[in-house]
Design a protein around this ligand. Structure first.
Ligand code: PNS
Length: 166
């Protein structure tokens, strides 16, 4: 039985992430989707809890997917959870450079390989940061994020506007 892990910041999850999750869930017996506290992204918009909740609601239709989180090294988590393979999405060529170094480092540390899925072309331009920027400037991102994410983003926007007196 192959146990895979799809790690990411998911701040917030997009339809590009969901597409990778759905395809990986068909390819592997079990898929862990791990929300990672990424020290390089110091000011996440959503808390860990919120990110996990958005993911859980977005993958409710997939029986072999489990949402989790961890801090620290992916290689350590992979070993502790007896994961067989790491899954990542590749959108464009520029993703490849950093992903290659990460994959090789993770294999050096844990002996676990990374398998890449090409992002669906509909989502090759979609990232969490572009979605946040467009949404909070009033743009329509409804085709780009799962419904539970759109709801959570709308709640965030209302909270912000209340805080700012609007
Ligand atoms: O969605 P992101 O932010 O591009 O995902 C990057 C992530 C979280 C998968 C990556 O930063 C990661 O694996 N972080 C865990 C810490 C770690 O193991 N760092 C060394 C990577 S070689």
């Amino acid at each position: 039985m192959t146990r895979a892990i799809y790690p990411g910041s998911f701040d917030p999850p997009t339809n590009g992430h969901l597409d990778v999750i759905e395809r990986a869930s068909h390819a592997f017996a079990e898929l862990l989707v791990a929300v990672v506290v990424n020290p390089q992204k110091r000011h996440p918009m959503f808390t860990l809890d919120e990110r996990e909740r958005m993911l859980r609601e977005s993958v409710a239709h997939l029986g072999n997917v489990r949402i989790c989180h961890f801090r620290g090294l992916l290689a350590d988590y992979v070993r502790a959870e007896k994961v067989d393979v790491i899954v990542k999405g590749l959108r464009v060529v520029s993703d490849f450079e950093s992903e290659m170094a990460t994959a090789l480092m993770n294999r050096t540390l844990s002996d676990v390989d990374t398998l890449f899925l090409m992002s669906d072309q509909r989502f090759s331009f979609v990232s969490s940061s572009i979605v946040k920027e467009v949404f909070f400037l009033g743009g329509d991102v409804s085709g780009l994020v799962p419904e539970p994410v759109l709801r959570m983003m709308s709640t965030k926007r209302s909270e912000r506007s209340h805080r700012n007196g609007g």
